[in-house]
Design a protein around this ligand. Structure first.
Ligand SMILES: [Zn+2]
Length: 477
């Protein structure tokens, strides 16, 4: 539903406001920092979704027909960069509005430094109902750190095909304990069972439930940590229903694993690209090559692209459900990712020290409440900009620690052409940096000299440099 006010009308009203007129409440959300009726905020993250492989951004395969259709109603950011090259730094930047060298969630499954425990996006929306869910274990580590700011933390296994809810009830305060409890009491991975009878029944029930869903997935069911199966359809159904029930206003952060590996598209999308004529551009092998052959990379690229097609379809289904229920009339909806994925230069996926664009350039689309209009932003933007933008748009103050800026269309004078954009590394990878839309990385020896002392300072808990500047040579994408 449209708010009934064109952008031109808004600009006229804004001019009148400066002459002493009052902006009516119905348009206050467009003015950003003004307090009006409080709009909800909904952030949807699809893990490891590379903008490079999204047809909306010019990819040579039609991977996102629905995003392309919905782009007419969104602000589409064409040069948007994640905060890191894997989940932990990328998501921590989203949730804190800061660069990796500030939040320092650089290692696998790290939280941010302790001073951020009460400074997340959840804390900043302190007058909202704040709900968080993620399929991804690394994101749940961050949620647990920010738990004081989250009104409703939905456990990771809530959206597993077979969740261990009854075990969690026994150990309500500790998911890790619940997992251990489940493994020892029922799965018998500890060597024996506390309940042989229960475990037999439980496994049969579990297997039958999984088998039903598996028929829709010829390549196998999507899963987390081996046998924690899930489907995106289940997640979308759950979320569409959940959002109808949430107290208003709400701020929801939902982080789904697809199209992250294992690439397991629904059968409707399997084979969609396996025999097409698409030929990705040939790229030279990188210094940090893993030695993957072009055939290997092409095989996985095909399935990954099909998984994106699946994600595109499910996001559209969610969008349509939220539109039908009226949620979109009063909600800022964000579509983005935490990092990308690479299928070239002898490298597969994102466990790599390189920072080529497919790894750090991610989609960003922002749907305004009730909007039917689209616009495009080509300026380079960063994941750290999302938190201050959403706070601004809903009339909240922006914490002083936030390093991002309000995104270009939403704040007058916010454009800063040529502003460098940075992304952070996995600490052990000893590589870093993405700048102004270009990729760069440096040789191992150079990094040891340049980066190691900074990481040492981080380990000792001292204030690190807010920005690590790259001294290696720039490379094209
Ligand atoms: Zn991720």
């Amino acid at each position: 539903m449209n708010h009934g006010l064109s952008r031109r009308d808004f600009l006229k009203l804004a001019g009148l406001a400066s002459l002493g007129m009052v902006v009516p409440p119905s348009v206050q959300h467009l003015g950003g920092g003004l307090q009006g009726d409080k709009k909800n905020v909904l952030i949807i993250v699809f893990d490891a979704l590379a903008a490079y492989n999204v047809s909306l951004y010019g990819y040579g395969r039609a991977t996102t027909p629905n995003l392309t259709r919905l782009a007419n109603r969104a602000t589409v950011f064409h040069n948007h960069f994640a905060g890191g090259n894997f989940t932990t730094p990328g998501t921590a930047s989203l949730l804190t509005g800061t660069l990796p060298w500030t939040h320092r969630a650089l290692g696998f499954n790290d939280p941010a430094i302790a001073s951020f425990s009460d400074k997340s996006i959840f804390h900043a929306f302190d007058d909202y109902h704040r709900v968080a869910y993620s399929h991804n274990t690394l994101v749940n580590t961050l949620f647990r750190q920010f738990l004081g700011g989250i009104t409703e933390y939905v456990p990771q296994d809530e959206l597993f095909l077979f969740n261990d809810g009854f075990i969690r009830k026994l150990f309500p305060n500790d998911e890790d304990t619940a997992t251990v409890g489940w493994a020892r009491a029922v799965k018998r991975t500890g060597g024996y069972s506390y309940s042989l009878f229960l475990s037999q029944l439980y496994e049969k029930y579990r297997d039958s439930k999984v088998a039903d869903a598996a028929r829709q997935y010829p390549l196998g069911l999507p899963s987390i940590n081996n046998d924690n199966y899930f489907t995106l359809e289940q997640g979308v159904d759950w979320l569409a229903e959940k959002l109808n029930e949430l107290p208003r206003p709400f701020m929801g952060y939902f982080h789904f694993l697809p199209p992250h590996f294992p690439y397991k598209p629904h059968r409707d999308f399997v084979g969609a690209f396996s025999n097409d004529s698409f030929q990705p551009p040939s790229k030279p092998e990188d210094l940090f090559t893993e030695g993957r052959s072009n055939d290997f990379l092409q095989k996985w690229r095909n399935v990954y692209d099909e998984f994106i097609l699946h994600v595109d379809s499910e996001f559209a289904r969610l969008f349509d459900a939220l539109e039908r229920s009226g949620v979109l009339d009063n909600t800022w909806l964000v579509f983005t990712s935490d990092h990308g994925e690479l299928f070239e230069r002898g490298i597969w996926a994102h466990s790599t020290p390189t920072f080529y664009q497919p790894i750090v350039r991610v989609p960003l689309m922002i749907f305004e409440p009730g909007s039917q209009e689209g616009r495009e932003v080509y300026e380079a933007t960063s994941a750290i900009d999302l938190m201050p933008t959403l706070l601004h748009l809903t009339g909240h103050s922006i914490p002083a620690c936030v390093e991002g800026r309000i995104l270009p269309p939403y704040a007058a004078g916010a454009a800063r052409p040529g502003q460098p954009i940075y992304a952070g590394p996995r600490e052990t990878q000893q590589a870093y940096s993405a700048a102004d839309g270009s990729h760069c990385h440096a040789r191992q020896r150079q990094l040891q000299i340049d980066l190691f002392p900074r990481l040492q300072r981080i380990r000792r808990g001292r204030r690190a440099c807010p920005v690590v500047r790259h001294s290696g040579r720039l490379r094209g994408t």
